[in-house]
Design a protein around this ligand. Structure first.
Ligand code: SOE
Length: 400
């Protein structure tokens, strides 16, 4: 890294996630001016030369590449940000780590647990900074949920419930494979809703409620064959279109998770609810600035679910934005993750989830898929408690 506290980014990919990350890099110093480090958009890479040039111009990248290996080899790049389909994550992350680059990787970390383990080994061997973009942790209302849970206000936790519902793949004529629909191709994605959507729910759940011990899952593939973009032929669909699972958390609570791309009417409905002995909380991505809270200690005449509008300067991240009462949105979660990454460079600590933490989510995803195909409970082997004891998170919100 250059001494003048620049973090020179090489971004691989030009799709939807590449836009969210680029927006994060571009906005961060406007709203977190106190951070010592500043991102510099050095290079963006895509195989499509025209597309990558247009992307560079639109988002302010200084140069373009059409081969990711060129980005990894460049001396003027400190950090490689991976926004490709999942089948490229491992190869790029491992090569980048071996070249001594920091790595920021879009979720899920990998297609399989085996791939994810190789990535963690490479990153830890190289000793480079790393993070995985499980962005929903950095919705201020979700970070507030973490603070409330950690304060012990909920008491003993009995239940954790989460859903992530979409409906964009109901159309049987949608192909699998290719730039827009690689998420339907098991070779490119690894899995369907389990890796794409439940991975978010699992990451948040273990962050809020600790390790998941074992799982019992069912999956379904509703549309069994789709045309493949690369062959033009009808091919078997091997991803899970829907998945539901029960689990036990290490703390003794029960978890219930559901995800599908066949819930007509729902576009990206991520919700979770935690029920404790003394209080409960719930959150809904469609109303992301609000955290609902029920406290059994309230006076009976006013007792009920309250809806906290998480926009006050005392609440996580919100002192950085507008004035109390004014909302922020989805894109801000990526600005927050960039800010936390820059903070981790300055002050040490981990920009959670790092690769090792994301490996725990990968273990649960793998156990879910194995449980569904075996029709039986599976242990996850997560080591969440151990990691919590050993690593310090670098989150700006902790200082609020
Ligand atoms: C899928 O439609 C998707 O874009 C996921 O890949 C993202 O991770 C999720 O945040 C929104 O939905």
């Amino acid at each position: 890294m250059e001494n003048n506290k620049k973090l020179r980014i090489g971004l691989i990919g030009t799709g939807f996630m590449a836009r969210t990350h680029s927006n994060g890099y571009n906005r961060v110093k406007n709203f977190f001016p106190e951070l010592e480090f500043s991102p510099v958009l050095k290079a963006v890479c895509s195989r499509n030369g025209e597309k990558v040039k247009a992307f560079a111009e639109q988002w302010g990248y200084e140069s373009t590449e059409t081969d990711w290996r060129a980005v990894v080899a460049r001396d003027d790049i400190d950090a490689v940000d991976i926004c490709t389909p999942n089948d490229m994550h491992a190869e790029i992350a491992i090569a980048a780590a071996e070249a001594g680059k920091m790595v920021l990787c879009e979720k899920p970390l990998a297609r399989t647990l085996a791939e994810a383990k190789q990535m963690v080994d490479a990153i830890e061997k190289a000793g480079v900074k790393n993070t995985v973009w499980y962005n929903y942790r950095r919705v201020p209302a979700v970070t507030l949920a973490k603070q409330i849970v950690d304060s012990g206000k909920l008491g003993r936790i009995f239940h954790y419930r989460a859903n992530f519902l979409q409906d964009w793949t109901i159309n049987a004529s949608l192909p699998q494979g290719g730039a827009a629909t690689w998420r339907l191709d098991a070779d490119a994605a690894g899995s369907g809703v389990t890796g794409d959507l439940l991975a978010h729910c699992i990451d948040t759940a273990m962050w809020l409620n600790g390790g998941i011990k074992d799982v019992s899952a069912v999956t379904e593939t509703f549309i069994k064959e789709r045309v493949h973009q690369s062959t033009g032929k009808m091919q078997k669909v091997s991803i899970d279109d829907a998945c539901a699972f029960f689990c036990h958390f290490d703390n003794g609570s029960l978890g219930l998770f559901e995800s599908t791309r066949y819930a007509r009417g729902h576009k990206a409905l991520y919700t979770f609810e935690i029920n404790g002995e003394n209080a409960s909380i719930r959150w809904d991505l469609h109303d992301l600035n609000r955290l609902e809270y029920f406290d059994n200690a309230d006076d009976s005449i006013v007792k009920g679910w309250s809806s906290i509008h998480v926009t006050d300067g005392d609440q996580p991240y919100m002192d950085k934005w507008w004035v109390p009462g004014l909302s922020i949105g989805y894109e801000h979660t990526f600005v927050h993750q960039v800010a936390d990454f820059l903070k981790s460079l300055e002050r040490g600590g981990v920009c959670s989830p790092n690769f090792r933490e994301a490996l725990e989510t990968q273990k649960v995803c793998q156990a879910v898929l194995e449980s569904a195909s075996a029709g039986s409970w599976k242990n996850t082997d997560v080591e969440w408690r151990k990691k919590q004891e050993t690593e310090k998170e670098a989150m700006l919100s902790e200082e609020v």
